[in-house]
Design a protein around this ligand. Structure first.
Ligand SMILES: [Zn+2]
Length: 145
């Protein structure tokens, strides 16, 4: 499989930098805002440091990069061609850690929503999905740009 990212992006990904305020995260925040949902960001006291915390709805949202967090079946979640074993182990470790953190959050009474980076490009679909997940379907219908 050919590389689908440019060398700079690739080296950032390989360096394992955990980006804050990424474009996919901003997209999700924008739709939450337009739904009138109040949230807080990056709560370090909660397992896995959720990207978005909606306390009133006991809900946390992770906005996951498909590559780094291993989106099942996603074309962005390919395995690098060099150092295959190393990367497989590392990336599987990420995915396992995600599952563990989510299980802990659920035990603590949080509802956990995961939005993948490949799912944020269709704004309308994203907003409708968030509205549905957050139980505000009726309000969402009337929203216009
Ligand atoms: Zn994906």
């Amino acid at each position: 499989m050919t590389d689908i990212v440019d060398p700079a992006t690739r080296s950032r990904m390989m360096a394992g930098i955990r980006n804050r305020d990424t474009a996919p995260e901003m997209a999700v925040r924008r739709e939450l805002y337009s739904l009138g949902i109040h949230y807080r960001l990056h709560n370090g006291k909660l397992p896995g440091r959720p990207d978005i915390v909606i306390r009133r709805l006991h809900t946390v949202i992770f906005v996951h990069g498909c590559y780094w967090h291993r989106h099942p079946g996603c074309r962005l979640a390919y395995t690098p061609k060099s150092n295959v074993e190393f990367w497989q182990r590392k990336l599987e470790g990420n995915a396992i850690r995600d599952i563990e953190n989510q299980a802990r959050l659920i035990e603590m009474g949080w509802r956990v929503i995961v939005i993948w980076e490949c799912e944020v490009h269709d704004r309308t679909a994203l907003r409708e999905r968030l509205a549905k997940l957050l139980g505000m379907e009726s309000e969402a219908e009337g929203i216009t740009e």
